[in-house]
Design a protein around this ligand. Structure first.
Ligand SMILES: C[S@@+](CC[C@H](N)C(=O)[O-])C[C@H]1O[C@@H](n2cnc3c(N)ncnc32)[C@H](O)[C@@H]1O
Length: 355
């Protein structure tokens, strides 16, 4: 049986669906997990890569590290409970299911009824089908801002809203690394979605390569770049399977100072390549290590996958970065609730830092 924690992870396996010619990158929640067979997996990633044990001492370790997003002007977790969460996204108050919120609501019903959008059902392929707008019909997007970067919130068919606010902890940390480096920094953002991390990195001065399998998500990310008035910043937008892209960079000898990867539990590349977190993560992590520059800064992995613990990705990262020095720190990303101060955990992370 799945624990609420498992469900939380499933919730995040979200897809921009109907991505033009791009195949659905991620399965909807609760859909039976597709099994890659010789026939069904056109080009399975399930890496033919032989992972060789890395020589050298394991990096130092720091854990558990809990990275917290507190309520701010752009985003707040206003309240949670009874299997739902009430959030403020820019001008809108939004209610969505939250399997982890097994506690009672702290705010009265009138607060929960005074909302702009409610995600009512399970996932649905047909665009806006499952959003209800109690006050007035709303458009697909609305203005949002993170630390001075304008972008669009977006009602998507999979309950997601075009941004994962808990990731702000990583963005801000990464921006600090880029600025402090005082030299040109190259960032690779794999599974980049709507591009917030790419925009933050580019504004901090990095040259960014953003990779996502969904044409639609790449379109949204480019739109965000325009809205953020960052079109003069060097960002390469690449619609490709993350593993394939990383393998190609390795063959070409291209390297990066910072790599972010935030893979779903299950996804598909544009040519039907299958991504399965538990099978493919060790190979992708290994490739990430090989495509680092001689003076790398960080590798940041987030996992919303089911059936895992931060100890698992911590061990993988430490093994993979053996001999590189530095430190691996791992833990959870949480959002602090405004009403009663409870912590809502959204995901696990593990990051290798050069210092
Ligand atoms: C969990 S989201 C990443 C969210 C993003 N890091 C953020 O914080 O906004 C997963 C993304 O992975 C993409 N994806 C799924 N399978 C993929 C694959 N095989 N290769 C590249 N991208 C993939 C999806 O299109 C989706 O945009």
């Amino acid at each position: 049986m799945k624990s609420p924690r498992d469900k939380r992870r499933d919730n995040r396996a979200q897809p921009p669906r109907k991505g033009g010619s791009a195949p659905t990158p991620v399965r909807p929640r609760d859909e039976p997990r597709p099994v890659a067979t010789a026939e069904s997996a056109p080009e399975s990633n399930a890496a033919a890569r032989k992972i060789v044990r890395r020589e050298g001492a394991l990096p130092a370790e720091r854990l558990p590290v809990i990275l917290e997003v507190a309520p701010n002007d752009d985003y707040a977790l206003l309240d949670s409970g009874n299997g739902e969460k009430l959030e403020q996204y820019g001008p809108y108050r939004i209610v969505r299911p939250e399997g982890q919120a097994i506690w009672q609501r702290a705010l009265p019903a009138k607060e929960w009824n005074n909302v702009d959008a409610v995600f009512t059902g399970d996932t649905d392929e047909e665009g806006m089908g499952r959003w209800r707008f109690p006050k007035a019909p709303l458009g697909e997007t609305w203005p949002m801002r993170h630390d001075g970067i304008d972008y669009l919130g977006r009602f998507t068919s999979f309950r997601h809203v075009g941004v994962f606010p808990e990731q702000a902890s990583h963005w801000d940390h990464m921006a600090g690394l880029i600025r402090d480096a005082r030299r040109p920094v190259k960032v690779l953002n794999l599974f980049g979605y709507t591009g917030l991390a790419s925009l933050v990195a580019a504004r901090a001065g990095a040259e960014v390569t953003h990779v996502d399998a969904s044409k639609k998500a790449i379109g949204w990310a480019r739109e965000n770049q325009e809205i953020a008035r960052l079109t003069d910043k060097p960002i390469r937008w690449i619609c490709e399977d993350a593993m394939k892209f990383a393998e190609r960079e390795e063959r070409r000898g291209n390297a990066y100072d910072i790599i972010l990867f935030d893979p779903p539990a299950y996804g598909r590349g544009p040519k039907g390549e299958v991504w399965q977190l538990f099978e493919d993560l060790p190979a992708l992590t290994d490739i990430c290590r090989s495509i680092l520059t001689p003076k790398p800064l960080a590798v940041v992995l987030t996992a919303y996958s089911i059936r895992s613990s931060f100890f698992a990705i911590h061990a993988l990262m430490r093994d993979t970065f053996a001999g590189m020095g530095g430190v691996v720190e791992s833990g959870e990303l949480i959002i602090r609730e405004k009403s009663a101060g409870r912590a809502l955990s959204t995901s696990l992370f593990s990051r290798w830092l050069a210092k």
